[in-house]
Design a protein around this ligand. Structure first.
Ligand code: COA
Length: 167
């Protein structure tokens, strides 16, 4: 049986930390689907099309040596989407203790809803443990170069976004 894993998120924007988890997942599963949640509770800076485009470009930039990773988007409950895709796992990154409570609650609820889908937690490389998309957006908003933390396509897109917004 093909082992398919879903890596869901808002990806506003995708960062090197996300990509680290994606690469690790691709070593453990036959197929990894990076899935943009359309109905995230958040109010993203980037539009759905922008975030999806950046995920695709980032995968080409950073994971082109992997043939088992693809991107998609979903609406509704993650677990319904995972079932529809025939996935047996949902991958989530755990960066620090602060992630734990929310992730634990989500994993247990998802397991209650679909016992056949297992949530797998992976730790990103320690150099990414302090990263999140909010920090990246904030640095870019203040004109800082974020290319140490995100793929070049993302850094360029953020720069352009804030230039357009303020000029
Ligand atoms: N490196 C860097 N940053 C990371 C990271 C990593 N490895 N892993 C997570 N993050 C950051 C993200 O950038 C994001 O930062 P931000 O809050 O500053 O924007 C934050 O951690 C969490 O984001 P993400 O991993 O994208 O998760 P999320 O909380 O945005 O998304 C969903 C959660 C979409 C998976 C969840 O809401 C969901 O499943 N929604 C569908 C509806 C559903 O099924 N709900 C019931 C759930 S029980």
């Amino acid at each position: 049986m093909k082992r398919i894993a879903i890596y869901p998120g808002t990806f506003d924007p995708i960062t090197n930390g996300h990509l680290d988890i994606i690469r690790r997942s691709s070593e453990l599963f036959d197929e990894v689907i990076v899935a943009l949640a359309r109905n995230s509770q958040k109010t993203p800076l980037l539009s759905e099309a922008e975030r999806q485009g950046l995920i695709e470009a980032a995968l080409i930039e950073s994971c082109s040596d992997r043939t088992n990773i693809r991107s998609d988007a979903f609406q509704g409950l993650l677990i319904d989407y995972a079932r529809m895709m025939g996935a047996t796992a949902v991958v989530r990154g755990l960066r620090a203790l602060s992630d734990f409570e929310y992730e634990f609650q989500m994993a247990l609820m998802n397991r209650k809803l679909a016992p056949e889908v297992t949530t797998v937690f992976l730790m990103p490389h320690e150099q990414y443990t302090y990263l999140n998309s909010t920090i990246i957006r904030e640095l870019a908003h203040h004109g800082k170069d974020v290319s140490d933390f995100v793929p070049k396509v993302v850094a360029d897109a953020l720069k352009k976004k804030f230039e357009v917004k303020y000029h």
